[in-house]
Ligand binder design. Structure first.
Ligand code: PLP
Length: 434
């Protein structure tokens, strides 16, 4: 979606995935690093609950059944955020909930650069302005605190009215996990300017180091932080559309919750009954669910680390991700050789990788980054195999990087990156000659 007065545009990641599906249907062998979707087989207990949840055919309360909200509240409490069930509202994915939260709060929206593809289009869709602040070097998901402190008054002087700040921990597209000190500093600046923080924590359970220190902005700035999460990433349930929002305690949080509840009541009414039954069990985190999430995080950590080292070996800058399944390589060091292939910016880099090498990635321009830079997002979540059986084996493998589907993808990527740095033409890749 573009500006309300502009031509509507389908979200670039969904558009790219559709395009890749068409290429694959036409017989092309695409290395799909372009879509942040995990297709790992979900825990059996949740599949069973989805079927059993069919009995919930009533609309039910807008915010979700009290028993489900109580489990979601428990989920947050176990992460250092004491939560009452009425601070929680369930909805059809974090994306829809984000739109409802943005719609419920007037004012313009401060976004880190780069940031998830959807934040800026949702902002524009609501007729608001996006105020951009770069993330600190080597980080992502949060703006540089000094940059934020300069950007808010500058935006106000220019006639904008920034009142919200969206943070992502861990981040999409960079995979970075902002360190607690940085989160604290950013929250202090947000408090100074009276910003409401929306903390998108949908990748929080996919930390690569289970002992990594995470500070939710809702701990640093409890009265002014809304937290979003869902089941799409850690439980690979994107298509089931389950999200949850946690409002701050206190009168400001209550007012916001009432506004979002009103919006929900006039849009999706309530999360689908069977999905609520899934959410009830998922947020209760029985051993089978915990085990699945832990195994997924371990897998994503191993695969992203292996892919990052391939990019680095090819000369790219590629910080080690802290969570989730994304990398954000910078191919600046390869600019001269890329220029000889006609690649001068991230749109041409994205095009060339797909057309010449059959590698799908999303250029940094889709995340609000400078289009002139040679950065892109590589998602590793679709490298785990073509069938549920393969993906189950990869999830359980002692060394997932050596599991056949992952090893094949890594071998291909290594060869593509090797060829990229050399002047010969890569068109043979697309024809499937290699
Ligand atoms: C940062 C971030 N937030 C939210 C979402 C969407 O989540 P959901 O499937 O719950 O709408 C995504 C999915 O890509 C994401 O990367």
């Amino acid at each position: 979606m573009a500006h309300p007065r502009g031509r509507p545009v389908v979200s670039p990641n969904l558009l790219l995935d559709q395009h890749v599906r068409e290429r694959v249907a036409a017989g092309q062998d695409v290395l799909h690093l372009g879509f942040g979707e995990s297709r790992l087989p979900p825990p059996r207990v949740l599949v069973d609950r989805l079927a059993a949840g069919a009995v919930h055919q009533d609309y039910g309360p807008v915010a979700g059944r009290p028993v489900v909200r109580a489990e979601a509240a428990g989920y947050f409490a176990r992460r250092g955020l004491p939560t009452a069930p009425d601070q929680v509202l369930l909805g059809p994915g974090a994306k829809a909930l984000l739109l409802a939260v943005l719609a419920a709060v007037p004012g313009d929206v401060v976004l880190p650069t780069p940031c998830w593809v959807t934040y800026a289009p949702q902002t524009r869709l609501l007729g608001r302005r996006a105020v951009r602040v770069r993330a600190p070097e080597g980080c992502g998901g949060v703006p540089d605190p000094d940059g934020l402190a300069r950007a808010v008054p500058a935006a106000r002087a220019a006639g904008a009215d920034p009142r919200l700040l969206v943070l992502t921990l861990p981040d999409n597209p960079t995979g970075a996990l902002a360190p607690p000190g940085l989160v604290r500093d950013v929250c202090a600046v947000a408090a100074r300017f009276g910003l409401l923080v929306v903390s998108d924590e949908i990748y929080r359970d996919l930390l690569h180091d289970p002992a990594a220190a995470v500070l939710s902005p809702a701990e640093a700035l409890p009265e002014r932080t809304v937290v979003l999460t869902g089941l799409s990433k850690s439980l690979s349930l994107g298509g089931w559309r389950v999200g949850v929002v946690r409002f701050p305690d206190g009168s400001g949080g209550r007012t916001l919750r009432e506004r979002v509840t009103a919006l929900a009541s006039e849009s999706w009414s309530a999360l689908a009954g069977p999905q609520q039954e899934v959410a009830r069990v998922a947020f209760a985190e029985p051993p089978e669910v915990r085990d699945h999430v832990r195994a997924s995080a371990r897998l994503h950590g191993a695969v992203t680390a292996a892919v990052a080292s391939l990019f680095r070996a090819a000369g790219a800058r590629c910080p080690e991700p802290g969570g989730g399944f994304y990398l954000y390589p910078d191919l600046e060091a390869l600019r001269p050789v890329l220029a000889s292939r006609g690649v001068v910016d991230s749109p041409s880099l994205q095009r060339m990788l797909l057309d010449d090498f059959g590698v799908a990635v999303l250029g940094g321009h889709n995340f609000g980054d400078d289009p002139g830079a040679l950065r892109f997002r590589a998602a590793t979540s679709l490298l785990h195999g073509a069938t549920p059986k393969e993906r189950r084996a990869v999830l359980r493998a002692a060394d997932p990087v050596a599991a056949p589907p992952v090893a094949r993808a890594l071998t291909r990527l290594r060869a593509v990156l090797g060829e990229l740095a050399s002047p010969s033409c890569g068109a043979a890749w697309v024809r499937g000659a290699r």
